[in-house]
Design a binder for this molecule. Structure first.
Ligand SMILES: Cc1ncc(COP(=O)(O)O)c(C=O)c1O
Length: 369
């Protein structure tokens, strides 16, 4: 990691200590209160639990520190995405989405936002720049895309989309601020499902939006307050605790993924591997220019649906779950959700287990699958 990333990681756990009075708890308290003591003029104080909460403020301060931008917390990744759409788009606007990214934003637009007159188009991540951005009010990139792990050039998209007058949003869920920094590459808004690696323990859903554009932040924050898409204080506290070890966990996960992806690429049971860190991957050259790490997700294709399911079921160190980014390694066949991938395609989310022990378990399961 660069010195600035190291400094950011090191100071994260000490953010709160500057405001402590003698005798205060070092751990941030969970404040479970829907109302606050509010006599007289309500201005300048916390007023009501849909407007403010000290535990959100703490997690937002940590997220803001990581993103180097203002941050707003949400109760899930989709709450963050839908809030960006609903707060910033109007009837008649067009949005461009990746055709190979997380599918739920497309379904949301197709089933609901279309009724409000918001239209959308999709385009593959690998050729996202082709066709330009004229006519779009918003452009959403997700790179590497989930689950195919294709990559687009964030800086080039931001420049071209801005020239066409669009707001540029990056879903950075697969990378976290330690793996990729889309705001530094020119996008207006970064958002993520903190449900994944930022929380990391598979026990909470959460999301955030971050931006250096004060007007956009105020609009989205007001949207959250009016629409009531607020996180619970306990969830905020869990994510805050998760963030304190994110750098450590993500480092182990990415290092293991790099080693395991290279071994999978040579494995006789595997037809193909996608991982941005592999020298032979179609996205490698671009990934090196914009990613700080290559991530913890590997896409591997086995010969058939049966082989893929047997691999997942046989390996004692792989949890058969959807989602990714947990401390435990997990995997799933994405075709079961209708993603446009081969039946034998498995998205492997590499966890924090010791690397060689994990590899031995994966290798043994592949031999019997
Ligand atoms: C890339 C990406 N963005 C957003 C989301 C939505 O997050 P959540 O499930 O917390 O709503 C997901 C969930 O899998 C995702 O993979």
């Amino acid at each position: 990691m660069s010195d600035s990333q190291n400094a950011r990681a090191a100071s994260l756990s000490h953010l709160h200590s500057g405001s402590l009075a003698k005798g205060d708890p070092l751990s941030t308290p969970i404040v479970m209160s829907s109302v606050f003591h509010l006599p007289g003029d309500p201005a300048g104080a916390r007023q009501y639990g849909r407007f403010d909460n000290p535990t959100w403020e703490a997690v937002e301060a940590a997220l803001a520190h990581l993103e180097d931008a203002d941050a707003i917390a949400f109760p899930s990744g989709m709450a963050a995405i839908s809030s960006v759409f609903l707060a910033l788009l109007s009837g008649g606007d067009r949005v461009l989405l990746p055709s190979d990214g997380y599918y739920t934003p497309r379904v949301l637009l197709e089933k609901h936002l279309i009724r409000l007159g918001i239209r959308y188009d999709t385009r593959p991540t690998a050729s996202f720049l082709e066709g330009g951005f004229a006519g779009y009010r918003m452009v959403l990139v997700e790179t590497p895309s989930n689950p195919g792990l294709d990559v687009c050039d964030i800086r080039a998209v931001a420049e071209a989309a801005h020239a066409a007058g669009a707001i540029v949003v990056a879903d950075n869920t697969t990378m976290t601020p330690y793996g990729q920094r889309p705001l530094d590459l020119g996008v207006d808004i970064v958002l993520a499902a903190d449900t994944k690696a930022p929380n990391g323990h598979s026990d909470v859903l959460f999301g955030h939006v971050a931006s250096r554009n004060g007007e956009m932040i105020e609009t989205i924050r007001e949207w959250r307050k009016l629409a009531g898409v607020i996180p619970g204080p306990f969830e905020a506290w869990l994510v805050l605790r998760g963030l304190e070890t994110l750098e450590l966990r993500f480092d182990r996960m990415c290092t293991s993924a790099e080693i395991i992806a290279a071994r999978l690429a040579d494995h006789p049971a595997i037809r193909s591997v996608r991982y941005p860190g592999l020298a032979g991957d179609p996205s490698h050259a671009l990934s090196k220019t914009q990613m700080l790490r290559f991530g913890s997700l590997i896409g591997l294709t086995l010969g058939s649906e049966e082989q893929a399911e047997a691999f997942i079921d046989t390996c004692p160190l792989i949890e058969a779950t959807t989602s990714f980014g947990g401390v435990h390694t997990s995997a799933e066949r994405r075709a079961r959700w209708g993603d446009d991938v081969a039946e034998g395609f498995v998205r492997l989310s590499v966890g924090c287990e010791p690397t060689e022990t994990l590899w031995q378990a994966i290798d043994a399961a592949l031999k019997t699958a």
